[in-house]
Design a protein around this ligand. Structure first.
Ligand code: FE
Ligand code: FE
Ligand code: ZN
Length: 306
């Protein structure tokens, strides 16, 4: 099982990410090269990157399974503001270079939101931008994430994802990242994953799947909301998520948790704790933990985060 979570990148860059992943008992991870909500980025530090690679090697984390996530404010779908559209393209071109420096193979990208323009034009804008970005890419594959369909988000149907892939020239550098919360919210039945996978294979091709975001959802199927829940604490549920994680045909695909932090208010201060160490343990043991929240609070009270 290749499993990890979203981790931070911080001032030690990739090295900090690896250490955080190891503290969760993970054997892979996903990071943003800075804050997810902005595009301020520092140059990659070679020294800490080298240390990160060493630490990964010592702990059997395969670089090929590590995932970068593009910031969610870049939008390749809308070109009404040409400057913003061009900025998104040049930012992602640079992001690919940063990933190539760190030998990271995959960048997950939200396809974009049409905001005020026709969907078909928006899809063509994305395809055009992807081709520009990938022109200079050599070893980094962009993974289009399946979206919940919140607002004017694109990529919430398999047909839209297929359309984008069909229009990308470098097919070897394009793939898909499934997100179980988003798929549920988009209207796909995560309780019958084999059926879903079969239609994915017919429409797109199962070989395009390179990453899975494993999240439960706070909302019912088709809600178009995109609110993640902890594993087993949402509408998809523990059993269905475990089946997805252990699906034989996706065995070698990295599974990444992006579940919400746990709040703790019965203190003088409000704190939040990462759930990943406990969710990963629960997944490995294949047994639902009904005390997940209190276990997490108890643990981090005794072992405060630095
Ligand atoms: Fe995402
Ligand atoms: Fe996701
Ligand atoms: Zn989401």
């Amino acid at each position: 099982m290749i499993i990890g979570s979203h981790v931070s990148f911080g001032k030690n860059g990739l090295l900090g990410s690896v250490k955080e992943a190891l503290s969760y008992g993970a054997n892979t991870f996903m990071f943003y090269t800075g804050a997810p909500q902005n595009t301020l980025r520092k140059p990659i530090d070679n020294e800490t990157t080298l240390k990160a690679w060493q630490l990964m090697q010592e702990n059997n984390i395969d670089l090929n399974n590590v995932i970068c996530h593009a910031p969610y404010i870049v939008n390749l779908a809308n070109n009404l503001d040409e400057r913003k559209y061009d900025f998104s393209i040049s930012f992602l071109t640079e992001e690919i270079k940063r990933c190539e420096e760190m030998k990271i193979k995959y960048i997950v990208l939200h396809p974009g939101s049409s905001v005020g323009i026709a969907k078909d034009i928006a899809l063509d804008n994305i395809a055009l931008a992807l081709n520009k970005i990938l022109k200079n890419a050599k070893t980094v594959t962009i993974l289009l994430e399946t979206m919940a369909g919140k607002g004017t988000e694109l990529g919430c149907t398999l047909e839209e994802i297929k359309y984008l892939i069909d229009h990308v020239d470098k097919k070897e550098l394009i793939g898909v990242c499934l997100d179980t919360c988003h798929l549920n919210d988009a209207g796909y039945d995560m309780h019958n994953f084999d059926e879903f996978l079969q239609s994915f294979d017919e429409i797109i091709g199962i070989n395009y799947i390179k990453c899975i975001h494993v999240n439960d959802s706070k909302n019912i199927k088709g809600a178009h909301k995109d609110r993640h829940a902890n594993i087993g604490y949402g509408e998809v549920g523990f059993d269905s998520l475990i089946k997805i994680i252990n699906n034989e045909s996706l065995k070698n695909i990295p599974k990444i948790l992006e579940t919400p932090y746990i709040g703790d208010t019965d203190d003088d201060k409000t704190r939040i704790y990462p759930p990943y160490k406990f969710e990963i343990a629960m997944i490995k043991e294949d047994k639902f933990n009904p005390n997940l929240m209190s276990d997490i609070r108890d643990y981090y009270k005794l072992n405060p985060l630095k």
